[in-house]
Design a protein around this ligand. Structure first.
Ligand code: 8YV
Length: 317
């Protein structure tokens, strides 16, 4: 049987077996292997009806326009602010992502960051590795208790709610800021993000990325969180004004930042790297074997469903 032809934007090397399974099941046009992308698309683009991409690689309007027969974009990842959904919709191109399957692991990592920031785990780790155990007392300031504190969540979608639920186990009071109040959750809504930050001990960013949330967490929010406050970001880097974040940490107006995402990945400002009051991770929220495999399965399911039924299993809203 001849294989269906698809376009793959880039290598999915962060997934256990996605590249192999795509190559086994499809005739894959590997766009990232072509130096002159425009020329390659002009030569091979016609006839391709399905594209595989990821949250980080995306699909812009130019790429969509270069594929005149495109009908479906199947993305590996939940965020899709890098995919021009508007351009796709105008052309009648369907888009799918991989929601739900990564919720628990991303929420777990948010809690890991909260605890690591509050209990100065990265700093302690550095002392042990450097043979400086004897200098810990007096050098590493005491941490902050986590249990029983106030947890503010920015964006109470699937991941935000999973983070909130875990707060029960830590006897925390949870409040949230969202585009609008939800009627289906037991947490207090705070219409003002600044007020939420003023109230919270921990502020966890779990909102979607894209232009509407860019720099939502600005200087005013960070200063309201205050010198003892801890900000955590497992969503998208640009939601926080990174320059304002570095300044707030340097001046002592913010206590700590524990981050899995950055404004200009993979670049991380030196001010964040040299601070003792940061925990820095390389965007690994979904990076467990189980979750990355589940994301891969769901992306492949969408692709298969498109070819078999003309419909996607998890289309984006
Ligand atoms: C992905 C993510 O690992 O799903 C998302 O939106 O940010 C991560 O889970 C990564 O972006 C894949 O490119």
């Amino acid at each position: 049987m001849t294989k269906q032809r698809i376009l793959q934007v880039g290598s999915l090397s962060g997934s256990p077996s996605a590249n192999q399974r795509l190559a086994d099941g499809y005739d894959v046009f590997e766009l990232w292997k072509h130096g002159d992308r425009k020329a390659a698309l002009a030569e091979y683009g016609a006839g391709i009806t399905a594209m595989v991409t990821s949250a980080s690689m995306g699909a812009d309007a130019a790429l969509i326009a270069a594929l005149p027969d495109l009908k479906a974009i199947c993305s590996w990842g939940v965020g899709y602010e890098t995919i021009d959904v508007q351009a796709a919709r105008q052309r009648g191109v369907m888009v799918s992502n991989t929601p739900d399957v990564l919720t628990d692991c991303v929420a777990d990592l948010a809690w890991g960051l909260m605890i690591a920031g509050a209990r100065r785990m990265s700093l302690g780790d550095r002392y042990v590795r450097a043979g400086r155990w004897g200098q810990v007392h007096g050098s590493i300031p005491l941490g902050t208790r986590v249990s029983g504190k106030k947890l503010g969540i920015v964006g109470l979608g699937r991941i935000g709610q999973a983070i909130a639920r875990r707060g029960d186990g830590f006897d925390m009071e949870v409040r949230y800021h969202n585009r609008r109040a939800r009627t289906d959750v037991p947490y207090t809504y705070e219409a003002s993000l600044v007020e939420l930050a003023r109230w919270a001990d921990f502020l966890v960013v779990a909102t979607v990325g894209g232009p509407e949330t860019r720099h939502l967490v600005n200087r005013e929010v960070l200063e309201a969180l205050g010198p003892k406050g801890i900000i955590v970001n497992i969503a998208r880097g640009p939601v926080i004004d990174e320059q304002a974040l570095a300044t707030a940490l340097e001046s002592g107006k913010l206590g700590c930042a524990a981050l899995d995402v950055f404004e200009h990945e993979p670049n991380v400002p030196d001010a964040l790297k040299t601070s003792d009051n940061t925990v820095l991770l390389p965007h690994i929220g979904s990076a467990t074997y189980e979750t990355r495999l589940a994301m891969e399965d769901l992306m492949l399911e969408n692709l298969q469903s498109y070819f078999q039924t003309g419909k996607l299993v998890t289309p984006v809203d």
